[in-house]
Design a protein around this ligand. Structure first.
Ligand code: MIC
Ligand code: SF4
Length: 690
């Protein structure tokens, strides 16, 4: 990573380790939390016994549970507002907007580090921040002044050249990247953008790309800070926050190697061949796996076309042209990926004087109060309403299945970042991810339409020289001298999260569930309408693995309870890329509460693996991926000598009841080993502070 922007920001913040490899610790300048992960993060912060945050800036946003069905969410808001004031964090009130959009507008700064308890925190990488998503406990530690630990990343260079043609948007850049990198096998990477194509990419457009870096599964994505960055900050009235940030000429990117499935990933392999100038592509091994390696991706923006991610996964990339004519029943424009002023102005311009097609429901959720206010001031909001758009609150809403669930089998086009099956609130949903340009055109025609084929000019939106900066909905904390007087409001649904405990030396366990590849945290710990239970782990835990529970059989919670009563530990067996998606630590915390102590998988995603360790669940990966096939739900397992394995071993042997032995890798940093030995991060921090 020599000479890269990533190296510069990391060197500036290095607290431990070095950039040659292994685990590094970095100082965190800013943190963000949102309400659905924030209550647990602040409860854990309180449990740490630190009185005031020790960052340059910590902001607590409320943007997820704003629909408020029942008293739980308002209880959360009251708790979050009071605790933020007491401990020194800013509080962005419900209605003020989605955390990532508001942070970009009002707080993100080039060259700073940002840790957020939301997987899309890397959005701020569009501003040149080194921004990373993590579990709430890691963010609580950072709020307390602790470093954040991560494996020293490998930096992949993405060179953008040329300019986007009409109707092709920044969303198509990141969808293209997903067709090259997929959502799998990118753990521990940073994507760094460079090249002459950046000059024509607006700051919100850059943020669309860094936002969906989360879908690639990379640690962070980052742009340099240049004239585009400077003028965005100036127009937000924050000129003083600008510092230039650029890679050196001849900066070195790291060679990334990954294994792909020759058949399933044939399209990705072909895309690597076309877009990676230094690609090395091996020949298929006995199992049909192909090793690929490269250090650079080259994308000519002029050659891109409108793309879509087809239902099920953000990696299912198709062209809009090939979908043309497919009937569309619903269009939703919003989410932290595409809800900026520019995005919504494009939609307003396309809808002005026209009417939404009779067969389509159109919902628009502006990303922030700033965006909504400006649309109201300049008349664009009137154009949206006149065309038949339903204006939703400035919040996550439909993106996380809170409202606007599509009907059975109905096609919904969304500008979001995730289309995991069922996330919209409809179990068999058909959600396509597209740019605002493609979405709004479909809202008018009622079908998938390549906008380039229409006799309609592509809207051009004038640069904003001055955004309306009104921060009255961001409440500053109480001054330190008055903090003692602030009373923390705790409604009855705010329940102290359970603590973990050390693993036994000999673990007798039972496989409680065996799941396949790409199981997301939305499968493990569903969000949507259940998200209001986040502050009450015993209640929320009843819903672990709800989407995978058999319709007529016992639930995961009931099976885990039976295993716990028999004195055994519950073990989860999983395929590739387990724990994709969100940063929600409830996907570890709730299984831990139910007695899960071990996860054995083909591979585990970064944030989820860290959350498992933080809550004292042992993450193991199969040494031979074929061993996955030897395990079944209900099997008894035994792991002996666990304390020594956690202390230092690279592998551990898991024996099943028939005596067969399965070798698993213990991929843990020395610090993670200590956390597990202590019984979780909270206990580890307490021991360290004794
Ligand atoms: C998501 O997009 O899945 C969420 C909801 O924002 C999550 C956070 C959460 O579960 O609260 C995320 O992305 O981390
Ligand atoms: Fe909210 Fe959706 Fe963004 Fe998650 S991905 S923060 S739910 S808008």
């Amino acid at each position: 990573m020599k000479g890269t922007v990533t190296e510069k920001v990391l060197l500036d913040h290095l607290a431990s380790g070095d950039l040659s490899g292994g685990e590094i610790g970095i100082r965190i300048d800013q943190t963000l939390t949102q309400d659905a992960t924030g209550t647990t993060a602040f409860l854990l912060f309180e449990a740490m016994g630190v009185e005031r945050v020790r960052t340059e800036l910590s902001v607590s946003y409320v943007d997820h549970n704003t629909a408020q069905f029942g008293p739980e969410s308002h209880n959360d808001h009251l708790y979050l507002q009071s605790v933020a004031s007491k401990v020194g964090a800013y509080y962005s009130r419900p209605g003020n907007g989605i955390c990532h959009q508001v942070h970009l507008e009002r707080f993100a700064r080039p060259g700073k580090t940002l840790l957020g308890s939301d997987s899309h925190t890397p959005t701020a990488g569009g501003m040149g921040s080194f921004a990373v998503g993590a579990g709430g406990l890691d963010v609580a530690v950072a709020m307390g002044g602790g470093a954040f630990y991560l494996p020293c990343p490998k930096v992949l260079g993405v060179e953008l050249v040329g300019e986007l043609p009409d109707w092709v948007a920044p969303k198509d850049i990141i969808l293209k990247l997903l067709s090259i990198l997929t959502t799998r096998g990118n753990v521990g990477m940073v994507v760094e953008y460079y090249g002459d194509g950046l000059a024509s990419l607006s700051l919100p457009g850059r943020a669309t790309c860094t936002n969906m870096g989360a879908e690639l599964g990379v640690t962070a994505s980052i742009f340099p800070a240049d004239e585009v960055t400077r003028s965005f900050l100036e127009s937000q009235g924050r000129a003083e926050d600008f510092v230039p940030l650029a890679a050196d000429a001849g900066a070195e990117y790291d060679r990334i190697a990954k294994l792909l499935d020759g058949q399933r990933d044939a399209a990705a392999i072909e895309n690597i061949r076309r877009h990676c100038p230094d690609a090395e592509i091996g020949t298929p091994d006995a199992e049909g796996r192909v090793e690929v390696s490269f250090s650079r991706i080259l994308i000519d923006l002029a050659e891109l076309e409108p793309l879509a991610a087809a239902p099920g996964s953000p990696e299912n990339i198709v062209t809009v042209a090939e979908q043309a004519g497919t009937r569309v029943d619903q269009v939703v424009i919003g989410s932290c990926t595409n809800s900026s002023y520019h995005d919504l102005m494009v939609c307003a311009a396309a809808l002005k004087g026209r009417t939404v097609a009779p067969g389509v429901e159109l919902g628009i959720a502006p990303g922030s109060r700033q965006v909504l206010g400006m649309l109201a001031e300049n008349g664009a909001l009137g154009d949206l309403v006149a065309a038949g758009a339903r204006i939703l609150e400035c919040a996550c809403g439909p993106c996380i299945g809170l409202g606007f669930s599509p009907g059975h089998g109905r096609v919904s086009l969304r500008t979001n970042n995730r289309n995991f099956t069922g996330r919209s609130g409809t179990p068999d949903d058909q959600v396509y991810l597209v740019s605002p340009e493609v979405a709004v055109v479909a809202a008018l025609t009622g079908e998938f339409t390549d906008p380039r084929t229409l006799d309609m000019p592509c809207p051009t939106i004038a640069e904003v020289s001055r955004f309306t900066a009104d921060d009255r909905m961001i409440l500053p904390p109480a001054p330190p001298a008055q903090a003692a007087e602030v009373r923390i409001v705790r409604g009855p649904t705010i329940v102290k999260p359970p603590a973990g405990g050390p693993l036994p030396d000999e673990l007798i366990g039972e496989v409680v569930i065996k799941v396949g590849d790409k199981v997301t945290t939305d499968h493990i710990m569903p969000a949507g309408a259940l998200m209001k239970m986040r502050s009450n782990v015993p209640e929320y835990a009843k819903h672990v693995f709800d989407p995978l529970n058999p319709p007529d059989g016992p639930t995961f919670a009931q099976r885990a309870e039976r295993i716990a009563q028999s004195g055994r530990a519950a073990v989860i067996v999983a395929g590739e890329s387990y724990g994709q998606g969100s940063s929600r630590e409830h996907a570890a915390l709730c299984p831990m509460y139910l007695g899960v102590r071990v996860v054995m998988a083909r591979s585990i995603e970064r944030i989820h693996q860290a959350n498992l360790v933080n809550f004292a669940i042992l993450p193991l990966t199969f040494d031979d991926p074929g061993d996955y096939d030897r395990l079944e739900a209900g099997q008894e397992l035994r792991i002996a000598g666990l304390s020594a394995a956690i202390a230092s071993a690279e592998t551990v042997t898991v024996a099943n009841a028939g005596g067969a032995e399965i070798i698993c890798r213990v991929n843990l940093s020395p610090r993670q080993r200590e956390i597990l030995a202590a019984g979780g991060l909270l206990q580890y921090m307490r021991n360290a502070n004794k």
